[in-house]
Design a protein around this ligand. Sequence first.
Ligand code: DC
Length: 223
Amino acid sequence: MRPNIAIDGPAGAGKSTVARLVAQKLGLVYIDTGAMYRALTWKALTLKLPFTEEVLATLAQNTLITFAQDCQGGPQKIFCDGTDVTQEIREPLVTHWVSVLSSYGEVRQELTRLQQKAASSGGVVMDGRDIGTTVLPDAPFKFFLTASLEERSRRRHQELVNKGNQVTLAEIERDIAARDLADQSREIAPLAVAEDAIVIDTTELSIEEVASLIVEKYQQEVQ
Ligand code: DC
């Protein structure tokens, strides 16, 4: 069985881009757990459901979330009950409500179960907030990516501006600071550095450099 790689860190630290690149370079499967929380949030908003733990936990048990690789080499697509929601899950409304949904223990329990199942055959690069601490505590490779709030906001702002969104840097910085606080202070599976994780500060590093650090570490230990 090929070992799994866990990559955690706060919003905007570059986790998804790095994780996708690492998976590509090593021939592993990439799983974006943030996208799973977002897809469920999108479905709840679309169905206009109340954001209570009971309702959202039942929704989690009755939703099929799947991923598909883009044949052109672009970002992975995510489907919610067969509907492509890759674009929709990045909308600001989803970004706002996903913090509420992801604070509920019963919702986390269900998504954690699905994530563990997806990684059970090995060979997975999984990114999120609680992968090294809760979802895959036995993963032999754990990384925690950080970067300053200013740098993470700058990157997210650039990404959104490139997509044609009109948001100010100050708005992004407020949003990321609020999400940091929600992620770190929630009672269940908060954002935390696993004891055995390697911490990488990405403030001064390019995506390629971060991915190379992870790939080298993996290749040193896996033949
Ligand atoms: O990585 P992201 O911004 O797409 O994640 C969306 C939200 O989901 C984020 O606010 C925190 C939450 N999340 C979580 O609680 N646990 C995870 N493993 C992944 C994401």
